[in-house]
Design a protein around this ligand. Structure first.
Ligand SMILES: *Cc1c(COP(=O)(O)O)cnc(C)c1O
Length: 380
């Protein structure tokens, strides 16, 4: 396998290749080195395999190696203890909204949910649906909402946690609102985290507090089609049984039960190698902090741009902001696009501007956005 190039992505993007500065919230920009390597390996993974990765058995040695490498790298990069399971599932993070309570909300049990945005609301709704079947229940233990929307992250003092909860579900980064937890909640029960939009963007603090962490790959670690699920073995043992085979985490922890999303896992493995090569989660955290600082400093520099959420809750992944009027916002988005700065529109439910700055987005893209913001304000 050719080695990952050492060239930082900043020097490659928006090059003559025609690639734009892509601020999409997901599926999102991938490291161009990874894309090039995938391209090079497409007709032929290697001489020994004699085919592309999409054409080989998911039980072959060729694929075994890829999945084991991806699994080992995720654990190594996050510093997760050896006994954690790393599963590559399908159905997106949205399937996890249902699968989590299906496995961990037995009759008579209750689970706490910290609601800080659209995805958390969807997660608790699935918990309600499952609870109706199992006799379990869900509780909203905190809600980071004001009349302006999901603008903040409730602190520990605002959390009404149940001592006997089966688990506490939270969304570490709120992709739509643009808020992020900058602390790890402390709870009497294992944490279950939807980390879809900040997975592998920084070190995982306090892994011992978690029972399960899940992330759709298409934000930070790969293409759509695979959801990475990390489960602690003790938590896994607490699941209800019997469960539908494919929806039982135990099925996938035990063995490779059916055909996994082979191509998506293959790309995830390459993105993990790229991440390791540039110094791992601490190095990417530094880069992400610099990008976020660059953009938020510009937003705060004048009154023209207004951050959409409380400054202490600002996300390093998705920066949301407003302009003085919706008309100016519309013009901003159109003119940005003409400059090659694309997918900056806020989520359709909230409007405004959203710049998603996942791991693979280079500093150069944020610098270009800030220059554009200066120019737009000057001429508005
Ligand atoms: C994108 C996203 C989801 C939904 O992911 P799907 O893979 O489309 O189901 C869920 N939670 C968060 C935090 C997200 O950013």
């Amino acid at each position: 396998m050719p080695s990952i190039q050492k060239t930082p992505p900043a020097t490659r993007t928006n090059a003559p290749s025609g690639r734009l500065y892509n601020f999409s919230a997901g599926p999102a920009t991938l490291p161009v080195e990874v894309l090039e390597e995938v391209r090079d390996e497409l007709p032929l993974l290697n001489e020994e395999v004699g085919a592309s990765v999409m054409e080989i058995s998911h039980r072959s040695a060729g694929y075994d190696e890829i999945e084991e490498s991806a699994r080992a790298l995720i654990k190594e990069l996050l510093g997760l203890p050896e006994d954690w399971y790393v599963l590559f599932l399908q159905g997106g993070a949205s399937m996890q909204f249902h699968q989590v309570p299906l496995n961990f909300l037995p009759g008579g049990a209750s689970a706490d949910y910290l609601i800080t945005g659209r995805w958390g609301k969807k997660a608790i709704r699935e918990g309600e649906i499952v609870g109706r079947e199992t006799g379990g229940s869900v509780r909203e233990a905190a809600r980071g909402e004001t009349e302006d929307g999901f603008t903040y992250i409730p602190g520990p003092e605002e959390m009404d946690l149940d001592e006997g909860a089966a688990y506490v579900h939270f969304t570490s980064n709120n992709t739509v609102a643009g808020t992020q937890y900058h602390f790890t909640p402390e709870a009497p029960a294992p944490l279950v985290c939807d980390a879809s939009s900040d997975f592998m963007s920084q070190p995982l603090k306090h892994p011992e507090r978690y029972g399960l962490i899940y992330a759709g790959a298409q934000k930070n670690v790969g293409p759509a089609g695979v959801t990475v699920v990390l489960v602690h073995p003790d938590f896994l043992e607490q699941r209800r049984r019997p469960l539908p085979t494919m929806l039982d985490y135990g099925t996938h922890a035990r063995k490779r039960f059916n055909t996994p999303p082979v191509f998506a896992v293959y790309v995830v493995d390459k993105v993990m190698k790229w991440l390791k090569d540039l110094g791992g989660v601490r190095a990417i955290e530094k880069r992400n902090e610099k990008k976020a600082r660059t953009l938020y400093d510009r937003i705060d520099a004048t009154d023209f741009y207004r951050g959409a959420v409380e400054p202490e809750a600002r996300s390093k992944m998705n920066a949301t902001f407003r302009l003085p009027s919706e008309e100016l916002e519309k013009r901003f988005l159109e003119e940005a696009e003409a400059e090659g700065l694309v997918s900056l529109a806020g989520h359709r439910t909230v409007g405004g501007v959203r710049a998603s700055m996942y791991n693979a987005l280079p500093q150069e893209a944020v610098d270009a956005l800030v220059n554009f913001m200066d120019e737009f304000e000057r001429t508005a």
